[in-house]
Structures are given as structure tokens and as C-alpha cells.
Design a protein around this ligand. Structure first.
Ligand SMILES: [Zn+2]
Length: 120
């Protein structure tokens, strides 16, 4: 198993139809960013290799980790150590994840709800 290399240079913009996911590490409160690509985008990516037809690929997808932009492997679907979230303070955003985003996508990263009582 090799970790997905984080590409500091050659930033790739996130496709418009891809979904930005915020995943909170429960232990630290840090909110990481992951991108869920649409099946259409996945099929277009040359690096993925030959597309496996049939149901096996979908089964593999459902148990595979969600890799955040900073290279962390999370399992938000298990709902224990990592949680999908949509409401957090800007300061909780993982800097390493944030730095991988293009300028336009960085704006998308701030399109989230803030906790109640947050003055900003
Ligand atoms: Zn991160």
C-alpha cells in the first residue's frame, strides 16, 4: 500500500461537479478537506488505470478510505474517529489541506456554516 503523494506543485483545480467534503478528526478537532469526484471525473482520470467494469469496483470503493488533501486516510463512514461535518470555525481548517487548493477552490473551502456563537 502506498500513500497518495501530495502534490504541492501543479495544483489541480477541483472539477465543478466534484464534491468538497469536510472531515473532522474527532480527537483534535481539525477539519480536513477531501474531494469526492463524480464517477464521470474518475472515469476520465488517466492515473486511475483501467476502469474495472462490474460490481467489484463499487464494493472496493465503499470500504476504501477517504484520503484527505494532506494525505490522511480517514473513514468518515465509520463515524468514530472522523466525522463528516459542515459546521466549523475557519481556524479548524487543516492548513496542509488548504494549501493544496487552488485559489478558486480555497474560496469553496470557506463555504461552510460556522458554529453558533462564533462572532466572525
Ligand atoms: Zn489535512
Amino acid at each position: 500500500m502506498t500513500a497518495t503523494p501530495t502534490t504541492a506543485r501543479g495544483k489541480q483545480p477541483i472539477p465543478n461537479d466534484a464534491e468538497l467534503m469536510f472531515i473532522k478528526t474527532v480527537a483534535t478537532g481539525t477539519v480536513h478537506i477531501a474531494v469526492r469526484y463524480s464517477p464521470y471525473d474518475l472515469a476520465r482520470q488517466p492515473s486511475v488505470g483501467p476502469v474495472i467494469s462490474g460490481g467489484a469496483a463499487f464494493v472496493a470503493l465503499s470500504v476504501s478510505p477517504t484520503v484527505t488533501r494532506c494525505g490522511k486516510r480517514t473513514y468518515p463512514q465509520s463515524g468514530r474517529d472522523h466525522l463528516k461535518t459542515g459546521r466549523f470555525a475557519d481556524e479548524q481548517l487543516c492548513r496542509a489541506c488548504y494549501r493544496t487548493l487552488t485559489e478558486v477552490d480555497q474560496e469553496r473551502a470557506f463555504e461552510h456554516d460556522r458554529p453558533e456563537g462564533d462572532p466572525s
